[in-house]
Design a protein around this ligand. Structure first.
Ligand SMILES: [Zn+2]
Ligand SMILES: [Zn+2]
Length: 344
């Protein structure tokens, strides 16, 4: 079978691998689509994400959809052929965070396609992937497998929105119109926000945001000198350090800022006095817990997010697909398409 493997900075290859077989409690999934995430791009273009660098070959990918291919010992379903997505996280289940119902902040979590631990957790960009049976999320009827590949990033967006509190009737600013920012905008509208303003430096990305539920968009540079928007909630989804200042400046006094974009490694400047004098609640949002189940239900409905899916690239052409996914003027979410080609 084929697997997309990063060896280090600038070195990603599509290689033939042994077909894996599910052990006890495990399930093999025949992958249909895998979405290229910003973290996959960082592994390929920088050789690492945050503080974690690639120390051994790493199969990338954690945003996948497919069908059940085989059940391991002791697993009695779902039946072979069932369409699924995969919850990428395996939290430890025992630490204080896990016991407190916050497995997304478990420090020992193993995440699909991540170099955080050694050995690395191999990811989902392969024809067949073996996971724990409990990681499977069955897809509702009528949800296409390409759209289902958005379940993981939409779950991230839903978690960020839930961290913001009740959005009904609220005005929201989202900084960053990459896939996460756009999905946050769609999720915020779905959660009842009456106004969702999305900012970015790239006009093409803002066009995707408008097609996915943003009520208005603004060039990020134009937010600097203007009067504060006084939004109730600002959700920072760009990961660009200056955007946190933008959020603090445009949120209303007593408002909430949620940081979901991962910032560069190390410390970044913080808009300290704005946070103090406006009594802003600054909240982090990291991955998600059960929101992936809500995500597949929303994707099976009419959540307007198809404009995020700009490209489907056959997996055999995965190497240039990482450059495509990094070009924000052209691409939003790039899916690797595993549906063509034979599997041994
Ligand atoms: Zn992702
Ligand atoms: Zn834990």
């Amino acid at each position: 079978m084929r697997a997309v493997i990063a060896y280090g900075k600038g070195d990603v290859r599509v290689e033939e691998h042994e077909l894996p077989h599910p052990g006890p409690g495990q399930v093999a999934v025949r992958i249909a689509f895998g979405g290229i995430c910003g973290s996959d791009l960082h592994y390929v273009h920088r050789g690492g994400v945050g503080d974690y660098s690639i120390r051994e070959p790493l199969t990338l990918g954690h945003e996948v959809s497919g069908t059940v291919a085989a059940l391991g010992e002791g697993v009695d379903g779902p039946p072979v052929g069932t369409p699924v997505t995969v919850h990428p996280a395996t939290p430890c289940g025992e630490c204080a965070q896990c016991r407190a119902g916050r497995p997304n902040t478990c420090p020992a979590t193993r995440y699909l396609g991540s170099a955080a631990h050694l050995p690395h957790v191999q990811g989902g960009f392969a024809d067949v992937v073996v996971v724990r049976a409990a990681q499977l999320v069955e897809l509702p009827a009528g949800l296409a497998l390409d759209r289902a590949a958005l379940a993981e990033p939409l779950a991230v967006a839903l978690h960020a929105v839930s961290r913001a509190g009740d959005l009904r009737g609220r005005r929201v600013l989202v900084t960053g119109a990459g896939p996460i920012g756009v999905l946050v905008a769609a999720a915020a509208r779905h959660a009842g926000a009456t106004e969702v303003v999305v900012s970015d430096l790239v006009g093409e990305a803002l066009e995707v945001a408008r097609r996915c539920g943003a009520t208005s968009t603004v060039h990020a540079g134009d937010l600097d000198g203007t009067e504060p928007l006084d939004v109730d909630v600002a959700i920072e989804a760009s990961g660009a350090p200056p955007a946190l200042g933008t959020c603090a400046r445009h949120v209303v006094r007593g408002g909430v800022v949620v940081q979901v974009g991962l910032l560069p490694p190390g410390d970044v400047p913080a808009p300290g006095n704005l946070l103090v004098t406006k009594e802003v609640d600054l909240r982090g949002a990291f991955r998600f817990t059960d929101e992936i189940r809500t995500a597949v239900d929303l994707l099976a409905g009419d959540l307007p997010v198809d404009a995020v899916l700009t490209h489907r690239v056959p997996v055999d052409e995965a190497v240039p697909a990482f450059d495509l996914a990094g070009d924000r003027r052209v691409a939003s979410k790039v899916l690797l398409d595993f549906t063509g080609g034979a599997v041994g």
